[in-house]
Every structure is written in C-alpha cells, then in structure tokens.
Design a protein around this ligand. Structure first.
Ligand code: GLU
Length: 470
C-alpha cells in the first residue's frame, strides 16, 4: 500500500441542527481528498453535548450527506459511545501529571476574567488549582497543563505555517464536571483512535489546533496533518446566513436542485482547477487536491448555483429526471402513474427549467385537458380569425402518418400554406389552445407529447371557447 492509500479523513459534525452548506463543503473536501488518494472517509457524530445534540439532527445530517452522494466507508461512529475511552485518557494525563483537577467556580473565573480585562490583560486561567492535587470529583473539571513557554507550530496544508505562543494558550478544560470530555479533548482521542491522517475542517477551529497538537503530544499520539478551509460568506462579505438565501443543504433539495449541481457548486467555493466550472464526480476525484484550495473566504452566489442546476437538469437522463421530479408533481396533485407521458413531458421541459419545482410547475398543462387560458393570452390569440385554421388542424391530424417532430412541422406548414398564412399566424394561437399560455415548449413537441386525440380535444375546446365569447 502506498502512503496515499493510507489516507484517512473524516467528517465530524455536531448533531445540533441541519447540515449547513459550509459543513457540506467541508465534508465534500474531506470525502474528495480521501477518494482522490484511494483512502477512507469516516463519519463521526460528535454528540457529547448532551443538551444540544438530537437524533433528528443526526438523521438530517446523514440524509443530507446521502443525498449529496458523500458515502462514508466507516461509521457513523457516535462520540458519546467512546466516553469510557475519553475518561481513561483523562486519567492517564492526570496520572502522568499532565492534567489536574480544578474546582474554581464559574463565578470565581468570571470575576478573574473581568479583572484581567479591566487591567488590560488577556484573560487566562491563573493556575489556582494547578498544584493542589485535587481528586477527580463531581465538582471538579479536569484541566490540561499547557506549557508556559515555547511555541506550537501548525503546518496547515491550506493556510501554511502558523506559529502560536504557548503562553497564549490556556490550561484548557478537557473534562467537564459532568464527566463528559470537552470538544478539544474528545476530538483528539477519537481522531487518534480512528487513525486519522488528515483533519480537514472549517477554519473556525484553527485556534483550537495548537491546543489539540499539545494534547496529541501529551498523549503520545502521532499528530495528523491539518487543513483548515475558509469560511463561506454572503455577497456582503459577512458570514453566510439565512439573509443570503437558504443555508440548509436539504432546503436546496426541496427547492428542486439536483445533488450534482449542489456538489459542483460547493466544490468551487474555494477550490479551482484552471477556469473549469463543470465537473463530473469522477473528474473531481481525479483532480481534487488540498493544495488547490484557496486561503481566502469564498463568496456564496445563489445565481451561479441556479445556473449549474439548470445545466444538470438539461443533461439529466430522462428516466432519472422523472424520478427526481415525481415528488414535485405529487405535491401539485399530478397523477404520476403514466411514466411514458412523464418521460415525454420531462424531455420537453428539461432545456427550459432552472429547478425541478419549476419544471413541475410549468408542466401542469400537459396533465389536465380542461385548460385554463391565461387572460392576456386568450384575449390576444383566441379570436374569431383563428377558428378555421384551428379547425383545419383538428381535421387534418387524424390522417397524419408521420407523427414525428419533422412530420408535425411539415403538417403545420402545409396547413398554413394551404390557408395562405404564415406558420407564425397559427402557431401562437395553437400554443394558447394547447397550453393556455404564450410560453411553452415548441408546439410540435407539445403536440407529440399530448398525442393526436388530446390535441384535437383541446382544439375543439378552444374553438368552443372562442365561439362562446362572441
Ligand atoms: N464537531 C465539530 C464541529 O462540528 C468538529 C470539528 C472538527 O472537525 O474537528 O464543528
């Protein structure tokens, strides 16, 4: 096995809400790097915060990752199930004098913090309990004894080399008084136990990394490589939030986005390969490297995501497009049992839909023959002068043999020619008669999809409508 094949990356979400686009992008980078190297991608749910973690969130996160196609090779592991190991490791550090119990109360700590701030000092735990050799108890937290001098260097694969002065780092709490480990401790023990080679995560954790490196060393573990991915910002350069559009990955599913569009969009938030915009998953796996991830924050651009979605809908195989659109049709009350019709409808609309919801919405006229005409369209195009032309189409259609796009075009042209008008004169009223609207796929396509019988029925209905108005 080569060194690359040993690569193990992970995604370690806290189950305290839905999967945010930022989290999804981190997961994607981590997944892609593992796939690129032929390594393994591991999913670990960090649920040690008993109050904020919920099963619904865990499910929502797993569903979103599955929808995006980010399949994990191992897990999901649940951090709360490893608490015994965390406690053992805490004990080891206590036994080795690398950690100590602390009984300072939150009020005392807060007072000291305020005092430090008032005196212009950086607040930091003052070491009151360091030498007391207190026992582990229901009142005590456990703190890691951080070195007072020296530096800790993070050689980040994205951000480069960053040096932290140890004196700036606090004696951080590694176990709370409820016996649960804190994030910084649990993450180190778990990443080491699960033999992670690369920790890829958001740069909001960058300041935790020197603390974690010190813990790795204290516990005698190999330190993994780190890669901190920059934040995603809205167009106003503030941290991405609801104000900038939906931030939950699954909200995009519900709005009718295809997962490949979301993946393609997310990967380009911070990563590039020349000026290429469209990537298949295989291409991404082949070309993705951490070295090409940018250092600076990426700007979320909903229009670009929409553009990509339109691209992928256009490229989507009809059978799958039907499958993906079915929930949207059902939501609109469309009977989805006639697959053949659905496939033709999807084919007609795939080049003109930005989302699946839009496709479903624009397709409603195909399903109900009882067309409701848009008022303006009817006023402008459904009038007396067109009745005979429409009637000629309805009469000629049953004997049309070449029921293809080409045949339909010829048929309409011949009728227009025979009646001494241009095709345009009959095409738009015909469109309104068949769809109720002035914008739709080509009339020939619509006619083919509806079939002769339904076209004739709709033409007759339009004629009756015109006659009833005069
Ligand atoms: N549970 C942490 C989070 O969701 C994980 C951070 C990490 O990847 O180390 O922010």
């Amino acid at each position: 096995m080569t060194e690359k094949e040993n690569v193990r990356t992970r995604f370690a979400p806290s189950p305290t809400g839905f999967l945010h686009v930022g989290g999804a992008r981190t997961a994607l980078f981590s997944w892609l790097y593992a796939r690129h190297c032929g390594g393994k991608f591991i999913l670990r749910i960090e649920d040690t915060d008993q109050v904020r973690s919920t099963e619904e969130s865990t499910k929502a996160i797993l569903d979103a990752l599955t929808w995006l196609g980010l399949h994990w090779d191992e897990g999901p592991f649940f951090q709360a199930q490893h608490v015994d190991i965390h406690r053992q490791m805490v004990q080891r550090l206590l036994d080795e004098g690398k950690a100590y119990c602390c009984v300072c109360t939150p009020e005392e700590l807060e007072d000291k913090r305020k005092k430090a701030l008032a005196e212009g000092r950086k607040p930091k735990y003052d070491g009151t309990c360091r030498e007391k050799k207190l026992p582990r108890s229901a009142y005590a937290v456990v703190r890691f004894r951080c070195p007072d001098t020296g530096v800790t260097v993070v050689n980040d694969l994205i951000k480069g080399r960053i040096t932290f002065n140890n004196e700036e780092l606090d004696d951080l709490v590694i176990e709370r008084s409820d016996g649960y480990p804190t994030y910084n401790f649990a993450v180190v023990v778990d990443d080491a136990q699960m033999e992670m080679t690369h920790v890829i995560r958001g740069d909001d954790h960058l300041n935790n990394t020197p603390r974690q490196i010190l813990l790795y060393k204290a516990l005698g573990y190999d330190v993994p490589q780190f890669a901190h991915v920059s934040m995603i910002m809205g167009s106003d350069k503030t941290r991405l939030s609801k104000r900038h559009g939906a931030t939950s990955v699954m909200a995009y599913k519900e709005m009718g986005y295809l997962p490949e569009a979301v993946v393609n969009y997310l990967v380009r938030l911070g990563w590039s390969y020349g000026d290429q915009e469209i990537f298949s998953l295989d291409e991404l796996i082949r070309t993705f490297t951490l070295e090409s991830v940018g250092k600076s924050a990426a700007i979320f651009n909903p229009e670009k995501l929409l553009w990509l979605n339109q691209h992928y809908i256009k490229e989507c195989d009809s059978k799958r497009l039907v499958q993906e659109t079915t929930p949207f049709w059902q939501e609109l009350g469309v009977d989805t049992s006639n697959h053949d019709l659905l496939k033709r409808v999807a084919d007609d609309l795939k080049t003109r839909s930005k989302t699946l919801a839009e496709l479903a919405d624009a397709s409603l006229f195909y399903f109900a023959d009882d067309i409701v005409y848009e008022k303006e369209a009817a006023d402008k195009f459904l009038n007396k002068g067109i009745v005979d032309h429409l009637a000629a189409i309805a009469e000629g259609l049953p004997s049309l043999e070449d029921f293809t796009k080409k045949g339909m075009e010829n048929f309409l042209r011949t009728i227009a020619g025979e009646r001494g008008v241009s095709l345009k004169v009959i095409a738009q009223p015909l469109r309104v008669a068949l769809t109720g609207k002035t914008v739709s796929p080509g009339v020939d396509e619509v006619m083919l999809t509806l079939g002769k019988e339904r076209v004739i029925k709709r033409i007759r209905k339009a004629i009756a409508f015109i006659n009833s108005r005069s």
